[in-house]
Write a protein that binds this ligand. Structure first.
Ligand code: NI
Length: 407
């Protein structure tokens, strides 16, 4: 594990449940300049939870599986949960896991989601726990998300008898192909859920920060297949032919983009219309014909206003620092859940050196235990709030524009 200077100092009590955070002060400044301090801290203060979560994350990192093939990953998650007495719910999933904690005290059901799939990327790090599977890598940090949600489950299990409702943990396959969330919903996992939370690591945010933003956070993505038909002829009479390659290259240079990513459905519709105008217009000007097939990706991740305020308060209460993240042009199929129930998706700072999907992607594992602690608190407080408040009051004013009907 690389030792890194981070903006905050995290120290856990011996039992490792409640983190202290000092973000300022002479001790931080003094210790922050000591070159060996980071390593010593790691050895002395690593709690049992941190050890467990690092081991889980590294096992997943070494054994990545891509979308719709997460069978070993599923077995491993099941084993981790069962070791801690967390009950697994059978929704008939062939990959992915749903588990629950609570329900002893009657109350609502809320969901916490991790994605579990890796990418078809060849890892180019020299980490001792680098991928063992050629051509596959957890280059988006979904191994981190999985370990965090298992950690939140372990912490919630200790509170189970007092939880006023049920926390449903969703370990979702196939996020990278934007098909897993819909598949989970087709298996009716969200039917009785009051609200849902999810997270993504963020390399450009420092460890100890959580990026929270109401409204659009990640872009909706749209793919396309364009076919252009020209006209063949003998080489001696090129004036009788229409070269589809020339036409296609002019279409591409007129479009300049290879996918369509927008944060607003109105803008998306306008961009799609403009796209069609360019493809059909350029093709017909050169005498070729064109067809467009749209490949639907997820809508924008759009965080519920009232629920986002609640999450912001929870983060502040755990001693982490709330930051306002820039919206990301990446797509994320958590957005499909938000079309069905109020949901909030947050970015967790992991002080990475490379962006998502890079073959040298890495993250700072010291973020694991307190991210699990934050998720535990989020679920516990959301259930408590729902127990004493009307859900509508909890969520704030209904905002029609936040519920998308899809493109
Ligand atoms: Ni990802």
């Amino acid at each position: 594990m690389r030792a890194k200077a981070s903006e905050s100092l995290f120290c856990f009590r011996t039992l490792g449940i409640q983190p202290f955070v000092w973000s300022q002060g002479p001790w931080f400044k003094l210790l922050g300049r000591c070159p060996t301090w980071g390593e010593n801290r790691g050895r002395k203060l690593m709690t049992k939870l941190e050890q467990d979560l690092v081991a889980i994350r590294r096992h997943l990192h070494q054994n990545p599986e891509t979308a719709h093939q997460e069978y070993q990953t599923t077995e491993y998650i099941l084993a981790c949960l069962r070791r801690h007495g967390i009950r697994v719910i059978d929704y008939g999933l062939t990959a992915g896991v749903v588990a629950e904690i609570g329900g002893i005290v009657p109350g609502p059901v809320i969901a916490l989601r991790a994605d579990i799939d890796a990418l078809p990327v060849t890892e180019q790090t020299d980490l001792p726990y680098a991928s063992r599977i050629p051509g596959k890598m957890h280059a988006c940090g979904h191994d981190f998300h999985t370990a965090v949600v298992i950690g939140a489950g372990i912490l919630l299990k200790q509170l189970e008898s007092d939880l006023p409702g049920t926390v449903r943990l969703i370990f979702q396959p196939a996020e990278e192909t934007a098909t897993g969330a819909r598949w989970i919903m087709e298996h009716r996992v969200l039917d009785d859920v009051s609200c849902i939370f999810g997270l993504h690591n963020k390399p450009d945010l420092p460890v100890g920060t959580v990026g929270i933003k109401a409204g659009p956070l990640m872009a909706g993505a749209y793919g396309f297949v364009v076919e252009i038909q020209g006209q063949g002829s003998h080489a001696a009479v090129p004036d009788h032919s229409v070269d589809p390659i020339v036409t296609a290259s002019l279409v591409v240079s007129a479009l300049l983009e290879v996918t369509i990513r927008t944060f607003d459905l109105g803008v998306r519709q306008a961009v799609l219309k403009r796209f069609e105008d360019i493809v059909y217009g350029v093709s017909s000007a050169l005498g070729a014909s064109a067809s467009i097939r749209w490949v639907q990706g997820p809508p924008p991740v759009n965080n519920h206003e009232g629920l986002t305020d609640f999450v912001r308060d929870v983060v502040a209460g755990t001693g982490l620092r709330v930051v306002e993240p820039k919206p990301s042009a990446a797509g994320e199929d958590f957005a499909f859940y938000q079309q069905s129930v109020p949901g909030v998706f947050v970015f967790v700072g992991t002080s990475g050196h490379y962006e998502w999907h890079h073959p040298q992607f890495d993250l700072d594992e010291s973020a694991l235990p307190f991210t699990a602690e934050f998720c535990k608190e989020l679920c516990r407080l959301a259930l408590t709030r729902l127990q004493f408040h009307d859900p509508l009051a909890f969520y704030g004013e209904a905002d029609e524009e936040q519920i998308f009907d899809g493109p």
